[in-house]
Design a protein. Structure first.
Length: 134
């Protein structure tokens, strides 16, 4: 088994001689320039890249505004639907509660039922706007 000392000696004995002047770097750059260039990078125009970046920024801003409008629209629809449900349950159920055991059960558990209905409305509206993929 080789020790760390033996490995270091091997690397020192077999290292590539690098001159102290700039000839090595100039030759390295020359050899890199001789390498083939992929077709997708050949003749890349910096102005075209900047134009594509500008178009991408415009698309991102348009999508951000669209999703913001969808979120506000969904929130407003949810508030309206939940308010209508609340008003219907709050004012209609006490009048019907005199004789029915079902209505008595609904009155006892109205908060839980109302919460479940609100969550259902919220899930339905999110699925309709495309913001939630199920």
């Amino acid at each position: 088994m080789k020790t760390e000392k033996d490995i270091r000696k091997f690397f020192q004995d077999n290292k590539i001689p690098v001159p102290k002047d700039d000839v090595f770097m100039a030759d390295l750059v020359r050899q890199i320039d001789l390498l083939p260039v992929p077709a997708s990078l050949n003749g890349v125009d910096k102005e075209k890249i900047q134009e594509n970046m500008r178009i991408l920024a415009l698309i991102r801003e348009a999508l951000r505004k669209r999703y913001r409008r969808q979120a506000v629209k969904t929130l407003i629809i949810d508030i309206v639907l939940c308010s209508v449900l609340f008003v219907a349950v709050y004012f209609l159920l006490p009048r019907l509660s005199e004789g029915s055991s079902v209505v008595q059960f609904v009155l006892a558990w109205k908060n839980l039922i109302f919460g479940a209905m609100c969550l259902g409305v919220l899930a339905f509206s999110f699925s309709q706007t495309g913001m939630m993929k199920v």
